[in-house]
Write a protein that binds this ligand. Structure first.
Ligand code: ZN
Length: 296
């Protein structure tokens, strides 16, 4: 019996997922989350995790940009030890299993669209709101990458406000609702706090009645509502799926955004709007699907 391996090589944790068969949607044989370390440790983790199981192929996520032909990482902001290396080739040579790299945001989106909240739909736009925001439009199981591979950058669509984004523009969706930015927006409104709080801290404060935190989350969900209307106007997807860390407190962010988008839609053909279902395993499933594509 053959199997496929998905490796989600994340900034803090690495998720290993073994799936039966070579279609990518078979039963899960094993899964494990280990602390992320260098590639030498990852080789040992993969060997131990796979054991004697025959594996046809693997794919591993890369958090950053890489050359599609060679697999060489151009730049990984959070995992700089990958810059200039070809991590999938290195793992492949060490463990004797053919494998390739897949961009982490793409893997998350394909996982959710194919096996998660979008699995019954053919045309799905996925928005993953973490520290940054990843977006991807998946039609018939394939990502619509665009002519230059740059489609889906919903985090850098200018929405509102004058905050400078990491991309150089002002007012991007990411400045309103990106995980790191929620804390910064809260600090601006309540100067007494020294450390940059997390998105979770902002939600906890809002739940405890902190009006500044509530206002920051209201602006964030308004911005997300506007982005939902823009995605609908431009792409008319069948389903929009929202996941990522910020979506784990949906009553403050995602649900009000869904309601506001429904209220404000005029000509739009609004899609079904759903919360993601695979949680932190979405990218590992997406990696398995990428491996299945290569086998096919
Ligand atoms: Zn931006």
């Amino acid at each position: 019996m053959n199997a496929l391996l998905g490796i989600d090589y994340g900034g803090t944790h690495t998720k290993l997922l073994l799936v039966d068969g070579t279609e990518g949607d078979g039963p899960v044989l094993a899964r494990e989350s280990v602390p992320t370390a260098g590639l030498d440790v990852l080789v040992q983790d993969v060997r131990r995790f796979v054991g004697d199981q025959p594996v046809a192929r693997f794919a591993m996520t890369v958090a950053g940009t890489f050359d599609a032909a060679t697999g060489v990482v151009r730049r990984s902001v959070n995992m700089p030890w990958l810059d200039g290396t070809a991590p999938a080739q290195r793992i492949s040579a060490a463990v004797g299993i053919p494998g390739s790299a897949v961009q982490d945001g793409i893997a998350t989106a394909v996982g959710e669209a194919t096996l998660g909240a979008g699995r019954d739909a053919d045309d799905v736009f996925v928005i993953a709101i973490g520290t940054g925001i990843a977006g991807a439009h998946i039609v018939g199981g394939q990502v619509r990458a665009g002519a230059h591979g740059g489609a889906g950058e919903v985090g850098h669509v200018a929405i509102a406000g004058a905050h400078r984004c990491s991309c150089g523009q002002t007012g991007c969706l990411e400045t309103l609702i990106g995980g790191g930015q929620l804390g910064l927006r809260w600090v601006e409104q309540s100067a007494s706090r020294a450390d940059p709080p997390t998105a979770r801290d902002v939600v906890v404060a809002a739940e405890a009645g902190d009006e500044a935190a509530q206002a920051v989350l209201a602006q964030a969900s308004d911005g997300l509502a506007r982005a939902l209307l823009q995605v609908s106007a431009l792409l008319d997807p069948g389903v929009i799926v929202i996941g990522g860390g910020v979506a784990r407190s949906p009553s403050w962010t995602v649900h009000p955004a869904f309601e506001r988008a429904r209220r404000e839609a005029t000509f739009h053909r609004l899609p079904e709007m759903r919360l993601a279902e695979l949680g932190v395993w979405a990218a590992a499933h997406g990696a398995v699907l990428a491996a299945a594509d290569e086998v096919g």
